[in-house]
Design a binder for this molecule. Structure first.
Ligand code: ACO
Length: 422
């Protein structure tokens, strides 16, 4: 069977044959047929907008790999900082590379005092932490003259380091401001996840349980990248105009802020609270199936038509966390929902399985995070994914400024009518 596709323009009889590689064929075939012919593809459902060597995802098989490494192995054996290095550089660091990388990230965690005093202090007292995070990421770029120097690898590397190191600081600062607590400075003696937990929770004496530190790190690993999702696409689109990485990352974070993207874990917790008891699960499932109720939040995925591999790991991590914090009372309802749905032909036939958000909210809640912080917790590790894609974009000679076309459906030409005659 030839690995080619032939497209025939029935209007002219002209045909173009192009290769299919990795399940993709170039849209240049359409241009060759007729330069004024476009493909209508809302939400880019069938469009590969870039070549990428960062993350591999097979939704039917439930496979997720970063730079070839299965997510299961990374979640079990690696750390977020090691994974961040891997995503950015393509290879796991050796011992000295890891030491230097860890040292560099650790020593860039502080932010300019004016970020807090002049910028963050200006927010309204009840500002949403994710809104504060989005704006702070953009504002951070204004503190660095070299932020716009995106053609220099040295400058790019410096901004990448700053963004990865400072995102937990900005996140914790947004939280502490929102609850009126004084800002807790980073502690360079702590690991990346422990430093974040310390900045969040330290009031007087605070000791971090290593099991919670590890759980935080695993959650960071699982959320580090997920190829061309809405936020990463925003990063690439804005980055393609050669905006600085802070502005581009703020755009990506804005996309993540939306409830259809980073906000589903919050919806899961609210749904479980509404269900209230395992006795109400069957009636809730019936409502979902009949269409009279809401969807089963945390189930289904645009790409995964199988168990989301991250959901399996998160479910296990949830038990590790509950060992320390005590069981989240919503867990029993979640387990019953999962069991009921996975044995129901409505969900089985539609290939609806738990996604990453089904259990993550329960862990966040058990760790003490308010629901408003859930998307911020997603944004901290996803910063590295955005930056890995930004870097890849800038090094890709085939990329240009993003500029899709439209299918004009408006009115035909007409003459202007003065207001007195309308
Ligand atoms: N509960 C009940 N039914 C569902 C669900 C669900 N969670 N998800 C999909 N379906 C049904 C749809 O009603 C539809 O049924 P039909 O064929 O009888 O009309 C069928 O399954 C296909 O659904 P689509 O909406 O076409 O699937 P799509 O790929 O567009 O949606 C999405 C994916 C948005 C994730 C969807 O499954 C959903 O709304 N899930 C709940 C929200 C959620 O958990 N989002 C987090 C996703 S993970 C992330 O973004 C990090």
């Amino acid at each position: 069977m030839p690995d080619t596709i032939t497209i025939i323009d029935d209007r002219t009889g002209k045909k173009v044959t192009v290769p299919i590689e990795g399940g993709v064929f170039p849209a240049s075939a359409v241009r060759e047929l007729d330069p004024s012919l476009y493909i209508y593809d809302p939400a880019y459902m069938q469009t590969a907008a870039c070549k990428s060597a960062i993350t591999y995802l097979d939704g039917d098989a439930g496979i997720l790999r970063y730079r070839g490494y299965p997510i299961e192995q990374l979640a079990e054996k690696s750390t977020y900082l090691e994974v961040a290095y891997l995503l950015l550089n393509g290879e796991l660091p050796n011992k000295s590379q890891l030491e230097k990388w860890t040292h560099d990230v650790t020593h860039h965690t502080f932010i300019h005092e004016n970020m807090r005093k002049r910028f963050v202090d200006g927010f309204h007292y009840d500002a949403h932490p994710m809104g504060m995070f989005v704006s702070s990421v953009a504002a951070l770029g204004t503190f660095y003259d070299d932020a716009k120097d995106i053609q220099s690898k040295e400058s790019r590397d410096k901004q990448i380091l700053r963004l990865i190191a400072k995102s937990p600081t900005l996140a914790a600062m947004a939280y502490r401001f929102s609850v009126g607590l004084p800002f807790q400075y980073p502690d360079n003696n702590l690991s990346f996840p422990a430093n974040f937990l310390n900045m969040m929770w330290k009031v007087g004496e605070y000791e971090i349980d290593p099991r919670l530190e590890r759980a935080m790190d695993v959650l960071f690993i699982l959320h580090a990248d997920h190829e061309q999702n809405c936020g990463t696409t925003a990063m690439r689109v804005v980055g393609s105009s050669h905006a600085d990485p802070y502005t581009s990352a703020a755009a990506a974070a804005s996309a993540l802020y939306g409830p259809l993207h980073g906000g589903a874990n919050e919806a899961v917790v609210r749904m479980l609270e509404d269900i209230g008891s395992i006795d109400n699960v069957p009636a809730f499932i019936d409502d979902v199936k009949s269409g009279t109720g809401s969807r089963l939040m945390g189930f289904g995925h645009r790409v995964y038509k199988n168990y989301d591999p991250r959901a399996t790991i998160i479910k296990k991590t949830a038990y590790d966390v509950f060992e320390v914090t005590g069981k989240n009372p919503l867990l029993d309802i979640a387990l019953k929902l999962e069991e009921t749905a996975l044995n129901d032909s409505y969900f089985v036939d539609r290939k609806l399985y738990p996604n990453v958000d089904f259990y993550s909210g329960l862990i966040y809640q058990a760790l003490g995070f308010p629901v408003a912080m859930f998307t911020v917790l997603f944004a901290i590790p996803r910063t590295v994914g955005w930056l890995a894609h930004w870097q890849e974009l800038l090094n890709d000679k085939e990329q240009k400024i993003s500029r899709p076309r439209q299918w004009y459906t408006g009115v035909d030409p007409r003459d202007y009518v003065p207001v007195t005659s309308r």
